[in-house]
Write a protein that binds this ligand. Structure first.
Ligand code: TXA
Ligand code: MG
Length: 358
């Protein structure tokens, strides 16, 4: 039986938080909100509970979890040999949507890190997440609270879709703020390596560090890492059942050119007898509707926060349109656009890159 409890996102009820913390203390699992996406949490020091997370999600055992902490003491307990640049990033972004990969201490269970010598750590900014970690008094090990391969949950309804009946408690605090998972940076390498783009823009990381950050192809969603650098990058992600065709341009400023390219793909697929839906920006949606297509709107190209916020909900909604394929507009890889394109490329079954005539 899964209990769903509502908790105010900004003023979490102490009694309910304690109740959920007690579930974790006795080895149970709970889904809880963070400012990025909902997490599926266990007591980070309880090996059995951590192993149950993998089982319930259907998560490959070589894909490690993030330890969520609420204090400097917890950080010190989990890591060794912290480079000075890590503290610069911590001062800049914590609490918030930035995860650091650091050398792990002996205290971190190998079940959490999938046997790696490093551990991913983040101090979330969401009041419910922070209160829950404090009430437990230990780090919470948590991946996103979706079944493996599905889009990450950005509201409790998404969690219920995937995990109802499989875990002990779902804490419902409404929609998450950012809607894409935290930025992950490995600071054990020099230069540091971006493992996953997220709400903290890589441009800001470079500025704060005053040095270069390596951006591997897989961080852009473009190729899978050969070595298991960030094991999560090996697996297909975020996928609705409906296959996606991601339409990429070198530049999206010319909205008219974009709609022309998207429509040419949509029309071609339609002529093959397929039912086609389109995932678009608010600037272009109406034009596709006029042409008779079902359209899901991500948000405005001039507000990528809106696009990121809606992204996973729209990917989940794709299946409700009962289309054979959805044609999806790409975005510029600037700021949050890098995180958006990483998710879209991983979700898409097909990609086309069109070079416009100059
Ligand atoms: O925003 C977030 O980060 C959310 C919320 C719940 O905190 N969590 C999240 O967890 O997205 P998950 O498990 O879905 O993604 C964590 C990623 C995985 O791709 C995993 O491979 C990577 O972090 N990771 C964890 N530990 C690592 C390590 N030691 N080295 C490299 N990558 C690591
Ligand atoms: Mg995940």
């Amino acid at each position: 039986m899964t209990k769903v409890v509502r908790v105010n996102a900004l003023k979490p009820d102490r009694g309910v938080i304690d109740e959920v913390a007690n579930v974790l203390k006795s080895g149970g699992l709970c889904a809880f909100p963070t400012e990025t996406v909902y997490g599926l949490g266990a007591d980070g020091y309880n090996r059995e509970a951590v192993m149950r997370i993998f089982k319930i999600k259907g998560r490959p055992p070589d894909n490690p979890l993030i330890m969520h902490i609420s204090s400097r003491e917890m950080l010190d307990e989990l890591v060794i040999d912290v480079p000075e640049i890590a503290y610069r990033l911590i001062d800049f972004a914590w609490p918030g949507p930035l995860t650091l990969v650091l050398k792990k201490s002996a205290k971190v269970p190998k079940e959490v890190t999938a046997g790696l010598p490093t551990v991913a750590i983040r101090c979330p900014g969401h009041p419910v997440a922070l209160d829950l970690i404090n009430a437990l008094g230990r780090p919470i090990a948590a991946p996103s609270a979706n079944l493996s391969g599905r889009p990450s949950p950005t509201n409790a309804h998404h969690v219920i879709e995937d995990l109802m009946g499989l875990i002990d408690v779902i804490v419902d605090s409404g929609e998450t703020f950012f809607g894409v998972e935290s930025t992950i940076i490995d600071v054990t390498s020099d230069p540091p390596t971006l493992l996953r783009p997220g709400p903290v823009a890589v441009e800001d990381l470079i500025r704060v560090l005053g040095k270069e950050v390596k951006i591997p192809l897989f961080a852009r969603g473009l190729s899978e890492s050969e070595v298991s650098l960030s094991p999560g990058t090996k697996y297909r992600h975020y996928s609705p059942n409906t296959p996606l065709l991601l339409v990429e341009l070198e530049d999206y400023r010319d909205v008219k050119a974009l709609t022309t390219v998207v429509l040419s793909h949509a029309n071609e697929l339609t002529s093959k007898g397929l039912k086609v839906a389109i995932v678009a920006s608010s600037e272009t949606a109406e034009q596709y509707r006029t042409m008779g297509y079902d359209v899901l709107v991500l948000g405005s190209r001039s507000n990528l926060f809106e696009v990121a916020h809606n992204l996973f909900d729209v990917l989940r909604l794709c299946d409700s349109l009962k289309a054979d394929i959805a044609v999806v507009e790409g975005f510029n890889e600037v700021g949050l656009g890098l995180a958006i394109m990483n998710r879209l490329r991983k979700a898409a079954k097909y990609r086309v890159l069109t070079t416009l005539p100059k």
